[in-house]
Design a protein around this ligand. Structure first.
Ligand code: XMP
Length: 507
């Protein structure tokens, strides 16, 4: 199978490059910037190398450099942004700081399209994000395009098949970005016949290699990531993989039954642990949101550790996907953007080797694999559900009764969104139970009951979000059902706050 490798110099969009190459039907993986030339030479089917962008300056002592001998490899190469500068820097050209930066949409003027920019308009808009510029090209290189700020915005050394672009072809803002990548693939002579099914085959081989004859364990939450990771790894390990679903008492409505129906009787060993009493006991008197998270997380680890010990597992499988890693700042050179809730919780304390089969994939790629693995559509399309579950949606102390009210209300919200055919348009739709009561009138009598908050949000990346402008009729249907069907609730309010200043969850 042909492949292209992206070397990671810390650019924010580094993995996006690999994803675009996969979209074009060529297998692509990201490797560390200092991967040795020898290692690359030994890879079967390697047809080309892309050097990613990055935040450093190539001439700084501390900046990430490529391994010795990289440019002696007889492989086509494409440098993007930092990679574009690095190639010039290492092959006899000159890079310097520009007078000002060039950020955002920029007009590119093509002087000589060559093979790399073939098919692009003479003037096209590209996405830029840099200050340093290539001032002088090495011998054998020619300028293909420039902008007002960058005299060398694209170059080619046709004889050696080495190319560079200062702009980012991988981001959608660059008008003809995909065409540039497609041209590079053609220059590599890579055959475009890779598909997600190949990923599954490759993962099975990899999991067998990494895990060997050891036993592995995975926490199955019912989300698409952990479900996909579990089914994928079970193809390699069979019942040497134990998937543990912990019923914390803070799960969605009928979740345990659903998980049982979905995962029992499959190749893997599937265990349901009913730990609801243990969680509610641990949560008694706890009202502080952070403490709640700690108590829930801590209890989860205890339960999970007990199971891992019973099974004799030595490897922990996690459904971490690429965006979880970038948010936690775990790629080698990227700045830490945000500490993610799902990553880093279990393994440190558990002394298990960690294996993450989905580590390089984007969410929609995981969904595609889940479809190929024939996971139920419900798992593939369901909204995100936070690790601490209803524990952070019942404000104040969490009791079984309150969790149950919140669970039923949340179910109604999701069900009505589905019924209206809009469920998949939203990031999340859920209910929050407030720790106060208000007066109402039901039948002929005064009532004094809980209010429920309905929150429906739209988001692309979880970092920012807008409340959804759900039609009033739909909100009314939700409100009527909640107050009719849940005896403990007499009022429903809709949360009209964006993130920021609010967060999506209430705690
Ligand atoms: P916030 O409330 O931070 O939520 O705007 C952003 C996204 O993250 C989910 N979330 C969590 N997920 N453990 C998780 O696994 C947590 O502690 C947690 N807190 C929030 C939230 O549901 C939303 O999708």
């Amino acid at each position: 199978m042909d492949e292209v490798i992206v070397l990671d110099f810390g650019g924010q969009y580094c993995h996006l490059i690999s994803r675009r190459i996969r979209e074009l039907g060529v297998y692509c993986e990201v490797l560390p910037s200092d991967t040795s030339a020898g290692e690359l030479r030994n890879r079967d089917g390697l047809k080309g190398v892309i050097l990613s962008g990055g935040a450093a300056s190539v001439y700084d002592d501390e900046s990430p450099q490529c391994s010795e001998g990289l440019f002696e490899l007889e492989l086509p190469m494409l440098g993007i942004c930092y990679g574009h500068q690095l190639i010039a820097h290492h092959t006899g050209g000159k890079v310097k700081s520009g007078d000002a930066g060039e950020y955002g949409l920029t007009e590119l003027t093509i002087k000589d399209s060559g093979k790399l920019l073939e098919g692009l308009k003479k003037k096209t808009r590209v996405w830029m994000n840099h200050k340093d510029i290539v001032e002088k090209l090495p011998e054998g290189y020619s300028v293909l395009a420039s902008t007002d700020h960058s005299p060398v915005a694209a170059y080619a050394n046709d004889k050696r098949k080495i190319y560079g672009v200062q702009f980012h072809p991988e981001v959608t803002h660059t008008e003809d970005g995909m065409k540039v990548l497609e041209n590079f693939i053609a220059l590599c002579g890579a055959s475009r016949d890779w598909s997600m099914a190949d990923f599954i085959d490759k993962s099975v081989v990899e999991a067998k290699e990494v895990i060997g004859d050891r036993k592995a364990i995975i926490g199955l939450s019912g989300g698409v990531d952990s479900s996909t990771a579990a089914v994928l790894v079970s193809k390699a390990l069979g019942d040497r993989l134990t998937a543990v679903y912990v019923d914390t008492g803070l799960m969605r409505y009928r979740e345990t039954e659903f998980m049982d129906e979905t995962f029992s009787g499959k190749e893997m060993n599937f265990i349901i642990v009913d730990a609801a009493d243990r969680f509610f006991k641990a949560l008694e008197g706890v009202t502080d949101p952070e403490l709640k998270r700690k108590v829930i997380g801590g209890t989860f680890i205890e339960v999970f550790e007990e199971e891992a010990e019973k099974v004799g597992a030595e490897v922990l499988i996690q459904g971490t996907i690429y965006s979880d890693r970038i948010e936690s700042g775990v790629t080698k050179h990227s700045d830490n953007i945000k500490s993610h809730h799902n990553v880093g919780g279990l393994p440190e304390e558990m002394k298990l080797d960690v294996y993450e089969p989905l580590r390089d994939l984007y969410k929609d790629e995981v969904r595609e694999i889940a479809r190929q693995l024939k996971l139920p559509e419900e798992i593939i399309t369901r909204h995100v559900f936070p690790g601490p579950g209803l524990g952070i949606r019942v404000l104040g102390e969490v009791t079984p009764e309150k969790a149950d009210i919140c669970r039923r209300a949340g179910y109604i919200v999701e069900e009505e969104l589905k019924r209206a055919g809009v469920y998949e348009e939203y990031w999340m739709g859920f209910a929050v139970l407030l720790p106060v009561k208000s007066v109402g009138i039901q039948g002929d009598s005064r009532s004094y009951k809980y209010p429920v908050v309905v929150r429906v949000i739209e988001s692309k990346d979880a970092m920012t979000a807008n409340f959804s402008k759900v039609p009033y009729e739909l909100l009314e249907a939700i409100s009527t059902r909640i107050t009719n069907e849940i005896a403990e609730v007499n009022r429903v309010v809709y949360d009209i706050t964006n993130k920021p200043p609010a967060t999506m969850e209430w705690e």
